[in-house]
Write a protein that binds this ligand. Structure first.
Ligand SMILES: C[S@@+](CC[C@H](N)C(=O)[O-])C[C@H]1O[C@@H](n2cnc3c(N)ncnc32)[C@H](O)[C@@H]1O
Length: 247
């Protein structure tokens, strides 16, 4: 039978896909990598369906490999005899714990069939939450900014794991970026925050991302010119270049 890697979406119960929910409800066992994904999963399936897997909070690679081998050994027989699911927040193939499980199964239990069901990733959901348009043809890079890191280079970046926003902000602004932060976007657990002020989210919360953009990155789409007509219609007199770009 099959192990399904199912994307739950960013954290609101109604942002899972119909297919994801249908398969989730059809499998015998649902494995979750953490408390948050567990709390979303139980919106769709009975708690008794949830399986137990332990994940150590460590960067020690030997310990991690050992934990994933144990997890794969637990999941493999269940997915051989019936159907099972491993859920992740967002999409299972974007910066996700599911990749570790799939690679470990491929290596040690290659007879287990694996399929993934896409989910609404934070990488795309941030656009709605932050009111940002990534224009057609624009390049967008994904990076990690844990522990105050400020990766630079591409004109537009989504930074994951922003755990020290003030330090990250300093590096990004020095490199010429404008930055907006989003915390717990579309999540039912905790408070959603969207802000340009890093001090407002100075406390550590793993579920924080940043969108960093160099002003005037790339070309403006033809319809950006409509912003001017819109301003004239409203009777605004001040010209704001960023309005035309950010739409
Ligand atoms: C390991 S990545 C998982 C990404 C996930 N697989 C996806 O497709 O969205 C975890 C990072 O994603 C970001 N993230 C995930 N969900 C989020 C949300 N609802 N709001 C803000 N950031 C989120 C945070 O930066 C977090 O540190």
């Amino acid at each position: 039978m099959t192990l399904y890697g199912i994307g739950l979406g960013p954290g609101a119960a109604d942002l899972i896909t119909l297919r994801g929910r249908r398969i989730l409800r059809s499998v015998d066992t649902v494995y979750t990598p953490g408390r948050l994904s567990r709390s979303v999963a139980v919106e769709h399936v009975a708690e008794s369906t949830l399986g137990d897997l332990d994940f150590p909070m460590t960067r020690d690679e030997d310990e991690l490999r050992r934990a994933w081998r144990e997890a794969a050994a637990e999941v493999a027989p269940v997915a051989r005899d019936g159907d099972a699911a491993f859920v992740t927040l967002g999409d299972p193939n974007v910066y996700s714990t599911f990749g570790h499980l799939r690679r470990t199964l491929d290596a040690f239990h290659p007879d287990v069939a694996v399929e993934t069901v896409p989910g609404v990733s934070a990488t795309t959901a941030f656009t709605s939450a932050l009111g940002v348009e990534v224009e057609a043809g624009a390049g967008l890079a994904l990076r990690e900014a844990a522990g105050g890191r400020s990766p630079t280079g591409p004109d537009r970046m989504v930074l994951f794991k922003v755990t020290d926003a003030p330090a990250t902000h300093e590096g990004l602004v020095d490199a010429g970026y404008e930055v907006t932060y989003g915390r717990r976007l579309f999540m039912e657990q905790g408070e959603t925050v969207v802000t340009d002020d890093p001090e407002a989210i100075a406390d550590r919360d793993y579920y924080t991302l940043a969108y960093a953009r160099r002003p005037n990155a790339g070309e403006e789409p033809a319809t950006a010119a409509f912003a001017e007509a819109e301003r004239d219609a409203r009777g605004d007199s001040e010209s704001t270049d960023t309005e035309a770009v950010d739409g």
